[in-house]
Design a binder for this molecule. Structure first.
Ligand code: ATP
Ligand code: MG
Length: 389
C-alpha cells in the first residue's frame, strides 16, 4: 500500500500575506528537516501539501515525528493512496484504518471531491463507505458531531487519499517568514522558551551566549548548546555565538557601584548582542525576561536595558508566570536540561541589594568610568561561532 503525508497549512491564509511565498518557505523548511530520511517530493494542492517519499522504504513514522515540530503546519496526517474507484477505496480503507477503527467506538466519514468527474458526489461517497465500514467493524457507531475517528476520503485528480484522524501540527508561521532575530540565551528555563516562541512566529534564530570562564565551566556551555539543539528541532539550525564575558564582568565589579552590577551587565549583553545581530542581518533581540521575576526585570530595570540597544527587544515571556513558562519548556523538552545545576555568568556576580528602581541617568553615570568601547570590541572579536542543529 502506498502512503503519503498530508500537510495542512496553518496561518498561511492570513490576509495580505503572500501565500505562495509562505508555502514555498514552509516546503523548504520541511525538506531540510527530513532530508536525512531520504528523498521526498512536495506537491502543493489547494490548502494541502502532499509529501511523498521517492524510496519505498522511507521511514514515514520518523518523518511525521519531525514534521510535527515544523512551524506553519496546522495539522498533518498519513494517508493511504487508493485508485479512484469505490472498490479500491473500500478495501484500502478497511485495511489501512483497521487498527484505528478497532480502538474507536464512534466514527464518521467525510468525503471531499476535488475531481468533480468522479461518479459519486461527496455525501454519496460518505454514505457508501460509512455503510461498508459499519458492516466490517460491527462494534462501531456513527457519530457525526463528535466521533472518535473521522475517516476522510479525498478524491483528487489522479488518486484518492484515505486517512484517519489528523495530528495537530506545531502551528505558528514558517521559520524565515518573519525575518531574523538574535536571542540572548542563558542556561535557564526562560530563554529557550522565548526562543521557541519567537521562532513559532516565523523568526529565524541567531543565538548569543555569554560565558565567564573560569567562573562558568565548559559544562554550562555544553548545557546551552544542548538547549539550542532542542530548540533547533523547531526553529531549524541556529547560528550561535559564545561571547567571552569575564573581563567585562570583572571591570564592572572594579568600576561600578554594586547595586547596579546586574543592570550594567545586562546592558553590556544588549550592546554586544546588537552588534552581532546587525552583523547577522537580524532586526530584533529576544530575551527570556518576565516582568518582576528578579530585580533586573522590573519595569525600571527593563527600561535601562532597552536603552542600551536601538533594536526592538522581544520578550515573549514578559507576561507569563514561571509555571506557565515551565509548562512550555516541558512541552519542548528543554526543562530537564535547563534545571541542571551549572552556574551561569549572571549568578557569578550577583549583588546583595540590587537596585530595583534604577534610573537611566544614574545607571549611565555608574558605568561611565568603564572603557566600554574597547571592552565590547574585544568581546565581539573573541566570540566563537558555531551552528547548532
Ligand atoms: P532564564 O531567564 O533563561 O531562565 P535566568 O532566569 O537565569 O535564565 P535571568 O537572569 O533571568 O536568566 O536573565 C534574563 C534574560 O537575560 C535571559 O532570559 C536571557 O535572555 C538573558 N541572559 C541571561 N544570562 C545570559 C547569558 N549568560 N547569556 C546570554 N543571555 C543571557
Ligand atoms: Mg529568567
Amino acid at each position: 500500500m502506498r502512503e503519503i503525508i498530508l500537510i495542512k497549512n496553518g496561518e498561511l491564509v492570513l490576509k495580505g500575506l503572500n501565500r505562495n511565498t509562505f508555502e514555498d518557505i514552509l516546503i523548504k523548511n520541511m525538506k531540510k528537516a527530513i532530508k536525512e530520511l531520504g528523498e521526498f517530493t512536495f506537491t502543493k494542492s489547494q490548502s494541502t501539501i502532499m509529501v511523498q517519499s521517492v524510496d519505498e522504504d522511507a521511514d514515514l513514522d520518523e518523518a511525521l515525528e519531525i514534521l510535527k515540530k515544523v512551524f506553519g503546519i496546522a495539522a498533518l496526517s498519513r494517508a493511504a493512496v487508493a485508485e479512484k474507484d469505490m472498490n479500491s477505496i473500500r478495501n484500502i480503507s478497511e485495511d489501512y484504518l483497521r487498527e484505528e477503527l478497532s480502538m474507536a467506538k464512534t466514527f464518521k466519514v467525510e468525503a471531499k471531491r476535488s475531481d468533480k468527474k468522479f461518479p459519486l458526489k461527496s455525501p454519496e461517497i460518505s454514505r457508501e463507505l460509512g455503510g461498508f465500514l459499519l458492516s466490517k467493524f460491527n462494534h462501531l457507531k456513527v457519530d457525526v458531531h463528535n466521533p472518535d475517528v473521522t475517516v476522510t476520503v479525498e478524491i483528487r485528480d489522479n488518486y484518492a487519499f484515505i486517512r484517519g484522524n489528523n495530528i495537530k501540527g506545531a502551528g505558528g508561521m514558517p521559520v524565515g517568514t518573519s525575518g531574523r532575530a538574535a536571542v540572548l540565551i542563558s542556561g535557564g528555563i526562560d530563554s529557550p522558551v522565548a526562543a521557541y516562541m519567537m521562532a513559532k512566529r516565523g523568526i529565524e534564530l541567531v543565538a548569543v551566549h555569554f560565558a565567564s570562564p573560569p567562573f562558568t565551566t565548559e559544562l554550562a556551555e555544553k548545557k546551552v548548546m544542548e538547549l539550542l539543539k532542542r530548540v533547533a528541532k523547531y526553529s531549524g539550525p541556529i547560528t550561535t555565538y559564545v561571547v567571552p564575558f569575564t573581563e567585562i564582568q570583572q571591570e564592572i565589579r572594579k568600576n561600578c557601584p554594586e547595586e547596579y552590577f546586574t543592570i550594567i551587565m545586562r546592558r553590556y549583553m544588549m550592546k554586544i548582542s546588537e552588534i552581532i545581530a546587525l552583523h547577522q542581518n537580524c532586526s530584533a533581540l529576544i530575551t527570556g525576561e518576565s516582568l518582576g521575576q528578579v530585580a533586573s526585570q522590573t519595569m525600571y530595570a527593563l527600561a535601562c536595558t532597552d536603552a542600551a540597544s536601538s533594536l526592538p527587544v522581544f520578550r515573549p515571556c514578559i507576561g507569563m508566570d514561571k509555571d506557565e513558562i515551565i509548562r512550555i519548556s516541558r512541552k519542548i523538552d528543554t526543562f530537564e536540561t535547563s534545571i541542571l545545576p551549572y552556574e551561569d555568568c549572571c549568578t557569578v556576580f550577583t549583588p546583595k541589594h540590587p537596585k530595583t528602581r534604577a534610573k537611566l541617568p544614574d545607571v549611565e553615570a555608574a558605568e561611565s568610568s568603564m572603557n566600554s568601547e574597547e571592552l565590547i570590541k574585544k568581546a565581539v572579536e573573541n566570540a566563537r561561532r558555531s551552528v547548532v542543529k
